[in-house]
Design a protein around this ligand. Structure first.
Ligand SMILES: [Zn+2]
Length: 369
């Protein structure tokens, strides 16, 4: 009796959910890049890298604000959220919370570098992952070390010791489903920052940055240059230098946005019931290829769905993720990916363990164990 009395309420709840999911149906919605979070590193009691005559926190704030202004002027449809727009101290995990809280499509953390050798200069851009060199580890160690200025950092970061190389092993197993898009943005930033006259391109790299660890969107950390190099310090603290770097970052962002918008042109006119395509939970490790992500379910007759067979969908982080295929070996999914990219050029591999999403790296490691 008690059980039965609950049932009408459950049914009603389903109707309410269905109605709210169908609400945007009348408007032809197109998922475009809507929100970018710009994260000027450091601030307040944390100066960041200190050069002979300038501090990282001031350079990166100035470049960040100029970048935000360029976006506001030229792409007014984009919402820009700053993790800070004044000289204040913001904990690293709070920066990721801000990005996740506003459902950002892209996270750009802006920094400047310091190194003992004053001859070294140039820009480099990082995505989250395990470092492949001591040099990359050193950059992450330096940037992560600011957590010791936060209250209760030991608890908040689960005992993570920014100075200990062993702590960085967590980044080997870290899920990074946005790696491809992050690398794409990082590559655009590198070609932008080195498009002027002769600043060396130090490349796109991977390392374990705490500020990127919990962001649920494509995320990069750019090191604009070295305050330890006299010429770069002078460039980065000058108004011309900052204007140029902001313009270069803006050009990279605009390119990324146009690519993003092009691949998400999807008709939302008649949302289908996503439940129809939820994959059955399969045992063990499975690989799939994700080819679309949408804030609302795609209609059955959507053009992008027609490009694939064997389509499944999961709802994750408030978005509907569409995948094709299901493979129990990485080699098999990698072979299929080549074909799939002819239909959607930036589709990528995702992995599941007994139906739970895990990183591709973790899945491959489990298969090899
Ligand atoms: Zn920094």
């Amino acid at each position: 009796m008690k059980f039965n009395s609950l049932r009408p309420m459950a049914a009603l709840l389903c109707l309410v959910l269905a109605a709210s999911a169908a609400a945007p149906a009348s408007a032809q919605a197109v998922k475009k890049l809507q929100t970018v979070v710009i994260d000027p590193g450091h601030g307040g009691k944390d100066p960041g890298a200190v050069g002979k005559s300038c501090r990282e926190k001031d350079i990166v704030l100035s470049v960040a604000l100029k970048l935000g202004q360029l976006i506001a002027d030229s792409l007014p449809e984009v919402r820009t959220v700053f993790t800070r727009n004044t000289d204040v101290f913001i904990p690293l995990d709070r920066r990721a919370e801000i990005a996740n809280g506003c459902n950002a499509d892209l996270f750009i953390s802006i920094h400047a570098n310091w190194i003992r050798n004053p001859a070294i200069k140039g820009a480099e851009t990082f995505v989250l992952g395990l470092h492949r060199s001591k040099e990359n580890l050193a950059v992450a160690q330096k940037e992560n070390s600011v957590i010791v200025l936060e209250d209760d950092y030991n608890n908040k970061y689960e005992g993570f010791d920014p100075t200990s190389p062993e702590s960085y092993i967590i980044f080997e197993l870290m899920q990074n489903i946005y790696l491809d898009q992050s690398i794409n943005m990082a590559s655009l930033v590198q070609s932008g920052l080195t498009s002027g006259d002769g600043r060396p391109d130090r490349g796109v790299k991977q390392a374990g940055f705490l500020v990127l660890r919990k962001t649920a969107m494509p995320s990069i950390l750019v090191e604009l240059g070295f305050v330890s190099n006299a010429a770069e310090e002078a460039y980065m603290k000058s108004d011309e230098g900052q204007n140029e770097m902001a313009a270069q970052l803006f050009a990279s962002f605009r390119t990324y946005k146009s690519q993003f918008d092009a691949r998400n042109i999807i008709s939302m006119s008649a949302p289908a019931a996503a439940a129809d395509t939820v994959p059955a939970v399969e045992e063990g490790i499975r690989f799939r290829i994700q080819f679309a992500s949408s804030a609302t379910p795609l209609p059955d007759d959507s053009e992008v769905l027609a490009r694939f067979t064997d389509v499944s969908c999961i709802e994750e982080g408030g978005r509907f993720k569409y995948m094709t295929g299901s493979f129990d070996s990485y080699d098999a999914v990698a072979a299929r990916l080549k074909e799939a990219r002819k239909a959607v050029s930036d589709c990528f591999i995702v992995a599941f363990d007994n139906g739970k999403k895990i990183s591709v790296r973790e899945a491959r490691k489990k298969l090899n164990d």
